[in-house]
Design a protein around this ligand. Sequence first.
Ligand code: HEC
Ligand code: HEC
Ligand code: HEC
Ligand code: HEC
Ligand code: HEC
Ligand code: HEC
Ligand code: HEC
Ligand code: HEC
Ligand code: HEC
Length: 427
Amino acid sequence: MLTALLTATFVAAPAAGRPAAARPAGRTAPTLPAQVPGATADTANGCLACHAAQRRAATEGIHAEHGVTCVSCHGGDPAAVTLPRGHSGHFVGTPDKAATAELCGSCHSDPDRMREYGLPTGQLAQFRSSKHGQLLFGQHNNDVPTCTDCHGTHIIYPPYDARSRVYPTNIPGTCASCHSDPKLMAKYHIRTDQFAQFRNSAHGVALFQDQNFAAPTCVGCHGAHSELPPTVTEIASVCGRCHVLVEQEFAKGPHGAAARAGKLPGCLACHSNHGTERVPADSISATCDRCHGSDSQVHQFAVDIQHRVVQATADIQSAERAIDQMAAAGERVGYYRFRYKSGLTYFREIAQKQHRLNLDTLDDLARRVRSVSIDLDSRAKGTQESRWEHKLLLLPVWFLSLSAVVLALLALRGLRKRDRDSDSSET
Ligand code: HEC
Ligand code: HEC
Ligand code: HEC
Ligand code: HEC
Ligand code: HEC
Ligand code: HEC
Ligand code: HEC
Ligand code: HEC
Ligand code: HEC
């Protein structure tokens, strides 16, 4: 009935601006994946005549821009304006999740097709090996995402387009649409707090507030297509992809060895994966005590580390105040600011190098910060003293100028008086 109705409507359609001559002659039913047709969607795409809901997809998004049309994915006859001819040939209706991944992969895993765009071709292979792919292909589980859950189906934007669901600031929300769903995740006994934790973490703040796209979104640690939780021995290298210097120092120390042996959860011994935070200077030894205990040999060592970090923090803050004071006094601070910057570099190195757990290195750096701080402090004090001296020196100058003004006034009065006297003597 519906078919008959649609047929009736669209048999008449060619007369209304769809000349039969525009039909590509001798076109065979496309095979899947079809070649990207050269013709533009609106002249050859009969599908749109019936599927008005997908009309926008024919002009918007990365696929439309590159000539991927309805038939590239669904097959059928794009020149037909009737059913069942429109759906004839190798027609693919609505593919299920697994078939969708294969469909997208039919182009995106093909190096010959993707070469001209410089796109990687590993998405489907990586997806297969991920937890998501294992469940989808191994157990036909439809709770996991397929390509279109993360990218959209008909209007797909590239990851660098802010409208894309995989644009950096949108990724956590895309993952959270499932991972923060308590009913869905209860089935798998996984927690649902990853996004909530991440939002307030050092990484989340850098990403959302500072728009710092060097910070990891969920996929910075899990991979965009290969999602698996990193295993204990992998964690340090996952974080080390970005925190290169920290990881190098960590690897050289006793904790690096323990992590490689699987005895320590890498960076997560002291930082958390989703709520990633800086360990505050004054709670370093408490952090170590969690594993080593407050009566262990390590405890005193931890207190020593904490002492150096706390002292260096106070030193760098006081150096900063000194610079501010000098600037407020109108001193030229160019050179001293340079000194301060070098102190700041040593200070930052402390935070990185303490991961090696070597006190000598820390002592050396802490001393350098100290010396910058002492230097700038004494300079700032000098500035203030010389300001006072300056003011004292000015006293005689003030005295002399005031005297000059008073003398001038007196002289003026004398002159006026003489003038008046001579005036009255004339009348
Ligand atoms: C004459 C109108 C008409 C034309 C032309 C047409 N379709 Fe359809 N299409 C329909 C109708 C009506 C339905 C829903 C009923 C059905 O499932 O058969 C549908 C359903 C579909 C579905 C969903 C099928 C499913 O099983 O879930 C897809 C996908 C589809 N069309 C793609 C296309 C493509 C691609 C073209 C062009 C090559 C096209 N259609 C041409 C009318 C049309
Ligand atoms: C890049 C591949 C691709 C292209 C191009 C594409 N589709 Fe689809 N389409 C799919 C997939 C995959 C599904 C299955 C549903 C899902 O995964 O969201 C689907 C589902 C559909 C459906 C049924 C469900 C729904 O969303 O209504 C229709 C109808 C449809 N497509 C029509 C079209 C038309 C018309 C065009 C051309 C404008 C088109 N498609 C272009 C991949 C594509
Ligand atoms: C007929 C071949 C073909 C099929 C099938 C196909 N694509 Fe594409 N895809 C392309 C081409 C061509 C581009 C354009 C490449 C470019 O300019 O970056 C593209 C681009 C993309 C991009 C943007 C990549 C970037 O960084 O620029 C994404 C994301 C994407 N496709 C996802 C999908 C998904 C998801 C599916 C399945 C629903 C799919 N594609 C099916 C050919 C295809
Ligand atoms: C769980 C979500 C998710 C799924 C499922 C997914 N992608 Fe992606 N995809 C992403 C993210 C996120 C990016 C952005 C890459 C980044 O930030 O490193 C991306 C990027 C891409 C790109 C751009 C090039 C690249 O590799 O960076 C293409 C093409 C692509 N995906 C295709 C696919 C295909 C094909 C499938 C299915 C086999 C798929 N994606 C499944 C999340 C997903
Ligand atoms: C369509 C829903 C859905 C979306 C979207 C989704 N996931 Fe999943 N994810 C699941 C399900 C279901 C599981 C299976 C849970 C299990 O078996 O452990 C899973 C498993 C995982 C696992 C393995 C957990 C474990 O302990 O084994 C990780 C890691 C993961 N997802 C990360 C992500 C990331 C990162 C994103 C976004 C880029 C994402 N997921 C998007 C549904 C989803
Ligand atoms: C800084 C790196 C990092 C970021 C960012 C990150 N994860 Fe994780 N995630 C991990 C690590 C490491 C594990 C494994 C923890 C373990 O083994 O104890 C993990 C575990 C998981 C798991 C398994 C269940 C669990 O909670 O232990 C899921 C699901 C998951 N992450 C999803 C996400 C989602 C969703 C996001 C984004 C909102 C995200 N992750 C962001 C590092 C990260
Ligand atoms: C994709 C790169 C990337 C990955 C992977 C990554 N981080 Fe980060 N991390 C950053 C960026 C960028 C910042 C923000 C720096 C800033 O704002 O100054 C940051 C900040 C931090 C901070 C706070 C530093 C501060 O000064 O406040 C800690 C701690 C941290 N990350 C630990 C980790 C841990 C632990 C892991 C692994 C579980 C990890 N990171 C994985 C890029 C990354
Ligand atoms: C998550 C638990 C954990 C935390 C927290 C932790 N450690 Fe360790 N630490 C270990 C493990 C495990 C080893 C390896 C012990 C072995 O190989 O027998 C180790 C080894 C060491 C060693 C080598 C000497 C020894 O006793 O084996 C030192 C020194 C050390 N840790 C100092 C620290 C300091 C300082 C902190 C705080 C900044 C800290 N640890 C925090 C678990 C931890
Ligand atoms: C034994 C505990 C411990 C472990 C294990 C640990 N960290 Fe730290 N991390 C700290 C402490 C304590 C600080 C703060 C030091 C300071 O303020 O000077 C810190 C600071 C940081 C910072 C801030 C550095 C900066 O430049 O300001 C980053 C980033 C970081 N850690 C990343 C990591 C990574 C990556 C790993 C694994 C390779 C790791 N941490 C392992 C205790 C640890």
